[in-house]
Design a protein around this ligand. Sequence first.
Ligand code: AMP
Length: 582
Amino acid sequence: MEFATFADRAGTIEAEPADLEVIAHVRDLIADAGSDLEVAARFVQGRVFPAWDSTTLDIGPSACYEAIARAAGTNVSSDDVEDRLAEVGEIGDVAASYDFGGQQGLGAFTGGGTGGTGGGSDGNGGDLTVREVYETLEELAAAEGSGSQDRKVDLLFGLFNRCSSEEARYLARIVLSEMRIGVGEGTVRDAIADAFDVPTDRVERALQVSNDYGRVARIARDDGLEGLDSMVLDVGRPVQAMLAQAGTVTDALEEWEEAAVEWKYDGARIQLHHDPDVSEDSAAETRVFSRNMEEVTDALPEVVEFAEAHLEEAAILDGEVVAIDADGSPLPFQEVLKRFRRKHDVAKAREDVTVRPVFFDCLHADGEDLLAEPLTTRHDRLRSVLVDGRADGDADAVDDTDIDGLSLLWRTDDPDEIESIDAEALEAGHEGIMLKNPDSTYSPGRRGKHWRKRKPDVETLDCVVTGAEWGEGRRATFLGTFELSVRAGDTLETVGKVATGITDEKLEELTELLESHITAEEGQEVELEPEVVFEVGYEEIQSSPTYSSGYALRFPRFVGVRPDKDPADADSFERLERLQSD
Ligand code: AMP
């Protein structure tokens, strides 16, 4: 397909306001693309490479402006291009405003093609094909080392030099990933289904396993439904991560009856691809990808070592990489960031921050794709993948907590149990909990209802601390659980206890603050003079006979001390009732 034809079709699509018409135009484009189908299906989304491919053009806007300026003639500088961009606001319009094609000799010399007939703003177009554009961009992406930026500009100049205005408009946008012609992923999916007469859901499935619109389009055309259905996950090629939305325990239990509950780790998402059978000269045995499918293998040698030590079979695992201290306790997210995506001095960074992987899902194991299996089956499989690599034989005899890298999963319909899992997670230094539908399949790229992170607190209450309990074991010298009360006229009424989300340092500080207010002690319990106000978050307020207010805070969490407030400024029973009825 000529690039001029592609540009012309892109122009029609851009001018089309109706979604269905856009799909029809994209359908026609891919149906007519012939041997350039794969590239056209990506270019129309402004993509040069498939989504699974981490290759980038690695060319900044200024290099693109320079290439445009050079192709536009000797009297145009890249500053002029930038000035025009500031005026016009969009690179496609800027590129289309120049008259290219006057620099044939130079274009040929720099390897950007023969120069041919040149472009020209009259819209005649050159002799450029979609394939040539792609192959030049591929060469541009591959240029590395010293002088590579100049080489990239030369190659791009060679392309612009052969463009008509309209070709230049879309070339510039593709290069800068700013296509913006209203073609989203769903549009291309529907267009493929329409063009090659295959069901949309099967195209969708094929896209989920391959992350490759070009390949899916080609297979739909050449091999039809059978071809699409036989597409499987490829160990080594990333899949889009399934995402979570915010939600409450109450909603989760109402909808699913039973929830799978996991700790929410405060790290960075990773997808581990491990294939012990790859031959030495082919792809790496282990590759690690970020949530955006960017390769991060080299930055995380611990994850690679983990895979080598623990995995015997080919697998794709989904999880989180967490920074840990010398005791193995999790460190804040900022610490992981010092390691994640790091390209230089990885060994040095590793000395400063240690990371470890925790896996919560298994997408593929030993030749079998598991996306369509329910969560609990995938988790069982994850467990067995992680156990199989162990020397201690009988997998059933191994306790889950002893399996390195396994995120624990509880199935329960009991809100109190969920509350205590949440408390344990916070106590262990994690972010909280995730609630998952135990029967749900893995939906790549979806922020669906099947995975929910416990909703952050919408409201907080300022409560008076009227009692506390001494901790246990390591925390025996600290006050650990705090009784909360609200004002009710001249008295105080209890509304709950908060014990969670507090570090040892914080507990020590709070003990110091509260100890002098102890008025009575019995066993581990102490009564406190009402002096100190805590700000606490909660998930909801429930009627409850347990506390004297008649209400209980569900999932209370400590937010902070309010030294600026006296008990008289704490929240009142009336506000509690108002919030409860909201
Ligand atoms: P958020 O980034 O706040 O939208 O929360 C979702 C993210 O939590 C996921 O993308 C993961 O990176 C992370 N996460 C931590 N623990 C889990 C878990 N057990 N299951 C799923 N995601 C988790």
